[in-house]
Ligand binder design. Structure first.
Ligand SMILES: Cc1cc2nc3c(=O)[nH]c(=O)nc-3n(C[C@H](O)[C@H](O)[C@H](O)COP(=O)(O)OP(=O)(O)OC[C@H]3O[C@@H](n4cnc5c(N)ncnc54)[C@H](O)[C@@H]3O)c2cc1C
Length: 391
């Protein structure tokens, strides 16, 4: 079996890549190891409306499980800062539906899909890659001019292609999440809780949906006293008012990479989405970035295919375009992450006193200079600001 483009993984990155490549006229196949696209989510399912629509994606109604006006942030002692405004509006998705919807768009554009089909390895064959796939019909060898690694945080495609995919363990957050019914919380907002006893070097979240909510947290294990699961149980116990009548209807765990690779291509190979670890290093959101990476990668792939040059040198244009778009911002957000990871509970209280919702939005956009000015007025934070935020 031969195709122009073989995509490993049918998450948001894989299906958007498939839609793009198929609609540009390339024979495109997607292999997905799970028996059903979109199941077992490892995601709190939140996206901003602005972020996703900027990419030209108008999410279909049935993929939307909650509509959000903004975010409420809670300090360890319970002080709140509210973030609202056009750019904070968003959705809590139903990923089971969202991912199938993205796949259906790719299929309408001509992509071929195989489910319960796992890529097991690949080797160079002539000018192409031969990918071994274990499928319901037995083992298959699929020859592809271009292989797209859209296989998520546990990606193997990059490693198979010789890309250096090793990151520090401290660059992964461990997450545990329940989806719960009966949660008593304002459904107009996502709710984010900070504190070293709540989620060391991370945060806890409640993302409300129509009749349920994603309740979870991410921690840096190195700094934690217990597992993410135990922190979630503790969080639920300590918020009796919110969870008195709540019960879990789903449980999931997963890792979020918070630092991306610099190398995302090899000869005839491109990595997109979590496979290249492209999440936002501050909040760990990766859906929009995964989709954006596929839009950029497919543009470069189209030209490279038409020129008959799929060498690493040619495909590197994708890395350069990504860097132009996100490089500077990501560097600043990494600095900010380092700073936030050093904060003690008393510092979070201080920040809750001096920051408004708009300030925090600007921070998430990597606008650090005003933050530095504001925080510099607080002597207890001076040392950390100088060490982590100023060059
Ligand atoms: C707990 C948690 C909460 C999160 N919350 C949010 C959030 O609220 N908002 C947000 O934007 N992001 C969130 N994220 C991140 C987000 O889930 C990811 O960034 C996003 O799913 C990346 O999409 P992707 O297509 O790159 O990878 P994935 O969605 O992981 O898709 C990869 C696909 O590849 C398949 N696959 C893997 N290996 C193979 C193989 N060998 N052969 C065939 N198929 C294979 C997998 O089965 C999977 O379907 C969260 C992550 C976690 C862990």
């Amino acid at each position: 079996m031969r195709v122009d483009c073989l995509i490993v993984g049918a998450g948001p990155a894989g299906s958007v890549m498939a839609e793009q490549m198929a609609s540009k006229g390339f024979t495109t196949m997607v292999v997905e190891k799970k028996q059903e696209i979109g199941i077992f989510k490892r995601c709190a399912e939140g996206v901003t409306k602005h972020g996703i629509e900027k990419l030209g994606i108008k999410i279909n109604e049935s993929s939307i499980a909650g509509r959000i006006r903004g975010a409420m942030l809670y300090s360890p002692s319970g002080k709140t800062v509210v973030m609202e405004g056009k750019e904070m509006e968003g959705f809590v998705l139903e990923r089971k539906i969202f991912e199938k919807w993205l796949a259906s768009k790719a299929i309408e554009s001509g992509a071929e899909y195989m489910v319960k089909a796992q890529a097991m390895g690949m080797q160079k064959k002539n000018q192409a890659w031969e990918v071994k796939v274990r499928s319901l019909e037995g083992m298959k060898e699929i020859e592809a001019k271009l292989v797209i690694g859209a296989d998520g945080v546990e990606s193997k495609v990059g490693r198979w292609a010789g890309i250096n995919t090793v990151n520090k363990l401290t660059d992964y957050h461990s997450c545990f999440q329940y989806e719960m019914a009966g949660v008593n919380i304002d459904k107009n907002y996502i709710h984010i809780f900070f504190g070293n006893d709540v989620a060391p070097c991370g945060y806890a979240w409640i993302f409300p949906k129509e009749f349920s909510a994603n309740v979870g947290l991410g921690i840096l294990e190195k700094k934690a006293k217990m597992k993410a699961f135990d922190y979630v149980r503790k969080f639920i116990e300590e918020h009796e008012n919110i969870f008195r009548n709540a019960q879990p209807i789903e449980a999931n765990a997963g890792g979020v990479p918070v630092a991306h690779f610099t190398e995302m291509t090899a000869d005839g190979v491109m990595l997109v989405g979590d496979a290249a670890q492209l999440v936002n290093p501050i909040h760990g959101g990766g859906i929009t970035r995964a989709i954006h990476s596929s839009l950029i990668a497919s543009e470069v792939a189209e030209n490279a295919m038409n020129e008959g040059d799929l060498s690493k040198e040619r495909l590197k244009e994708y890395e350069m375009k990504w860097e132009e778009e996100y490089g500077e911002k990501t560097k600043k957000l990494m600095k900010l992450r380092n700073f936030l990871e050093k904060l003690e509970d008393k510092d979070f209280e201080l920040l809750a006193d001096i920051l408004q919702g708009e300030d925090i939005f600007q921070l998430t956009q990597a606008k650090l200079s005003f933050f530095i000015k504001k925080v510099m007025t607080k002597p207890s934070l001076l040392g950390l600001v100088k060490k982590y935020l100023m060059d």
